[in-house]
Design a binder for this molecule. Structure first.
Ligand code: SF4
Length: 320
């Protein structure tokens, strides 16, 4: 199997990776591991995610349990208590996790809401000076500045899928608005976390398009989620039979090859689709979540650490 020495892939090579016969996967993994090791060593960072505002979103993202159109049985609240946020922040510190990610449902926020969040983050930073990432919809420049000043290091804003496929997953905002928001944040000096979701009915062409678009953004982190269809969402009955461990590994390998220096994170769906394949997953991936996702459960912190060490990797404390 050919992979250019320059570590840059053509679109045809990218599609070849997604279409690779399963028996060729060990060869791909070996090549990808060489690149992963060169840029990231043998370490895996663990992130903890706090769902700081849940449900009641005005948007209609078809995969999301928090969307306006979802009947999913989730808890809904405006802004989580500061005590809960602090508890999670202290867990990140005590367990030497690498990042505390704070996600808020919604797409646009009032200045007052962002000021309130900024106050939380300012206080949190006094207790745990580690890295804080926020996933917080479309910010205005003023709001982004307030969060930056409060100590947010990195902002997550996913593309989720390709530009072409985007209208199939959401019609209340556009792909272009997402790209514009990311560019604005980058111009203000934020680090960017930008990834997507696999398994929403997109083609392999769409996966390649999304991954090339992410490469052009050049984010510091690329979270790849594998869809878990949640009852009550528009995608509750979507066919996910193609999400074999082998296909998921090929997507993660391609993500690493296109973004060799970024944190490649296997996010939602890891515990479902890659159970038993963790060692191979870490050949491409250097970052995972512990303790679950926004609205779905995941592996405990202790089990996550054990998963990393059992696979022969080290769990990582990112220097501040
Ligand atoms: S993904 Fe975000 S913007 Fe879309 S429905 Fe869910 S919370 Fe709202």
């Amino acid at each position: 199997m050919m992979i250019s020495k320059s570590e840059t892939l053509s679109r045809r090579e990218a599609l070849n990776i997604l279409n690779l016969p399963d028996e060729k996967l060990p060869e791909l993994l070996e090549k990808v591991y060489y690149i992963r090791k060169k840029h990231k060593g043998n370490v895996v960072g663990i992130q903890l995610l706090t769902n700081a505002r849940s449900g009641n979103c005005s948007q209609n993202c078809a995969y999301c349990a928090q969307s306006h159109d979802s009947d999913a049985d989730i808890s809904k609240y405006k802004l989580v208590s500061y005590d809960k946020l602090l508890r999670d922040g202290l867990t990140v510190k005590e367990k030497n996790l690498s990042r505390h990610c704070i996600g808020l449902s919604g797409i646009r926020f009032s200045d007052q809401e962002i000021d309130e969040l900024a106050d939380y983050i300012r206080n949190l930073k006094k207790e745990n000076s580690g890295h804080i990432c926020c996933s917080v919809g479309f910010l205005t420049p003023r709001q982004a500045w307030v969060l930056k000043e409060a100590g947010v290091n990195r902002i997550n804003h996913n593309l989720n899928t390709s530009e072409n496929f985007y209208p199939n997953i959401c019609t209340t905002h556009t792909y272009e608005e997402r790209v514009a928001n990311i560019k604005m944040l980058q111009s203000m000096g934020f680090e960017i976390c930008c990834g997507g979701i696999i398994g929403m009915g997109e083609s392999k062409n769409d996966v390649a398009d999304m991954l090339f678009a992410i490469k052009r953004i050049n984010p510091q982190a690329v979270p790849i989620n594998f869809l878990i269809p949640v009852p009550g969402t528009a995608m509750s009955r979507i066919d996910i039979s193609h999400l074999s461990p082998e296909y998921c590994l090929k997507v993660l390998c391609l993500t690493r090859l296109l973004n060799p220096e970024s944190d490649i994170r296997c996010a939602g769906g890891r515990e479902v689709y890659l159970k038993g394949y963790e060692k191979m997953m870490f050949y491409a991936v250097d970052s995972i979540f512990a303790s679950g996702y926004l609205t779905t459960d995941g592996q405990s912190i202790e089990d996550t650490i054990k998963t990393i060490t059992d696979a022969g990797f080290q769990y990582y404390i990112e220097p501040v």
